[in-house]
Design a protein around this ligand. Sequence first.
Ligand SMILES: NC(=O)c1ccc[n+]([C@@H]2O[C@H](COP(=O)([O-])OP(=O)(O)OC[C@H]3O[C@@H](n4cnc5c(N)ncnc54)[C@H](OP(=O)(O)O)[C@@H]3O)[C@@H](O)[C@H]2O)c1
Length: 237
Amino acid sequence: MNKTFLITGASSGLGEIFSKSILDIAKTIIAVGRNKNKLVKLKKEINKLKPSIDVFIISTDLSKEEGLKKLFKEFEKQKKIKFVDVLINSAANFTVKKIDKINLKELKNDFQINTISPFMISKYFGLKMKKKKRGTIINIGSSSSYDCSENTSIYCSTKHALLGMTKAFNSELKSYGVKSIFIAPGSMKTAMGRKVKNQDFNTFIDPHEIANIMKYLLINEKSMSIDELKIKRSIYK
Ligand SMILES: NC(=O)c1ccc[n+]([C@@H]2O[C@H](COP(=O)([O-])OP(=O)(O)OC[C@H]3O[C@@H](n4cnc5c(N)ncnc54)[C@H](OP(=O)(O)O)[C@@H]3O)[C@@H](O)[C@H]2O)c1
């Protein structure tokens, strides 16, 4: 397999771990994040392990419309890659705040990064996939796409919307060979997971296990299709 991947949130956590887990199936990795230094480090690490993989980095802020435009512009600027086989929407922000403390700016910011950017990125690459009649989009949801807990109203709303968006893309693009897969993990041992209070971090899911599942789905896709996966912790404390 010589696939081209575009991974948002590649600079940290699940996106970073997934980027390093696909070296045997990737030809090209477009790593998207905000922090350029972390993306450069990732590129070096990947190329140390496998020099033949082309790693392009795009550093941009997906909470802003200009940041979204920059992603498309940077993609179009390089002439080498015309098509992305697998799009991973992993970048997200997790705001912990009571409803009465939330303002419109924060709400819009997180909807932009968690829902609107994934929608527009999926539209951009999904329509190219539709033309080629192949391609996979993986959207990283959350247990908050189904249930909500106190102080996470923005995150919960954006992740519910992301689930709706994934279903909508399947209803329009699946018949053209473009799959949208929703992965909804519970709390994970990442920087974002550290923000989850009143739960035992030691019981959180190892993101390597989630990355393994994502890869498994991409390898085993000839005759089966999994639209939605809810992944819970084995111990809840
Ligand atoms: N951790 C959990 O407990 C948990 C549970 C369920 C679902 N999830 C979901 O899993 C996915 C990965 O999260 P994670 O745990 O790996 O979190 P993480 O380690 O905090 O990584 C978040 C990633 O999103 C990027 N990002 C954040 N804001 C951005 C912005 N404005 N523009 C561009 N990129 C931005 C970060 O980039 P920079 O580092 O460059 O800023 C980073 O690469 C997310 O969709 C999250 O909602 C997480």
